[in-house]
Write a protein that binds this ligand. Structure first.
Ligand code: GAR
Length: 190
C-alpha cells in the first residue's frame, strides 16, 4: 500500500497540528496511508510540543534565536526535513518569514486565517474582523518566495454576521482551519 510521509511545522498552541494528527496520522485515504514522521518547532515553549508527544512523536526543536540569520535557521530546518524524507511539509501556525533557502528546496503548504490575497501577514484574523468585508475565511496555499502569496490549494469562506463578537469570529476561523488543512493534505497526496 502506498505511504506518504508528512512533516508538520508549528510555533504555537498546535491546535492544527493536533487536528492533523487526529484525522490523518496512520489513516488511509483512497489507498494511500499518511504518516506524520516529523514535527518541528522554532519555539521551545510551544504548546504543540506536548500535543505531538501525546501521539508518540518527539518534536524537533530548532530555536530561531540560536541563529545569526534567517538563512542559517532555514538551512537547519531544511536539513531536518531532508533527513526525514517527507513528501509534503505542512506549515500549521509556523510563524516565520521564510527565505529562498527554504522555499526553493521544500515542497510545502501553509495555513492562513484569511481569504488570500486579502490580509497577508501575522495579524490576519484581527485585520479581517475589523475590515468592512462581508465574508471572511481560511486559505491553504503552496509556499512560495512571496509571503502568503503561493497558489491556493483550498479556501473556505463564511459570512460575517452583523454584530459578531471577535471571540465568535475567531472560533469560526479555527473550526474551519481544523477541517480545511487535513482536506488540503488529502487533496495533494491521496
Ligand atoms: C492559525 O490560526 C493559523 O492560521 C495561523 O496561526 C494559527 C496557529 O494556531 N497562521 C498564520 O497566521 C500564518 N500567517 P495553532 O497553533 O493552534 O495551530
Amino acid at each position: 500500500m502506498p505511504q506518504k510521509r508528512l512533516a508538520v511545522l508549528f510555533s504555537g498552541q498546535g491546535s492544527n497540528l493536533e487536528s492533523l494528527l487526529k484525522t490523518l496520522h496512520r489513516y488511509t485515504f483512497n489507498g494511500t496511508t499518511l504518516n506524520v514522521v516529523l514535527t518541528l518547532t522554532n519555539k521551545p515553549t510551544a504548546g504543540g510540543i506536548e500535543k505531538s508527544r501525546s501521539y508518540g512523536i518527539e518534536p524537533v526543536v530548532i530555536d530561531h534565536t540560536w541563529f545569526e540569520s534567517r538563512e542559517a535557521f532555514d538551512g537547519a530546518v531544511v536539513e531536518a526535513i531532508h533527513k526525514a524524507q517527507v513528501d509534503l511539509v505542512v506549515l500549521a501556525g509556523f510563524m516565520r518569514i521564510l527565505t529562498p533557502v527554504f522555499t526553493q528546496q521544500v515542497n510545502a503548504i501553509n495555513l492562513h486565517p484569511s481569504l488570500l490575497p486579502l490580509f497577508k501577514g501575522a495579524n490576519a484574523i484581527k485585520e479581517s474582523y475589523e475590515a468592512e468585508v462581508k465574508e471572511a475565511g481560511v486559505s491553504v496555499h503552496v509556499v512560495s518566495e512571496e509571503l502568503d502569496g503561493g497558489a491556493i490549494v483550498l479556501q473556505e469562506a463564511f459570512v460575517k454576521e452583523v454584530g459578531m463578537s471577535y471571540e465568535a469570529f475567531e472560533a469560526k476561523i479555527r473550526a474551519i482551519e481544523h477541517q480545511l488543512l487535513p482536506k488540503a493534505v488529502i487533496k495533494l497526496l491521496c
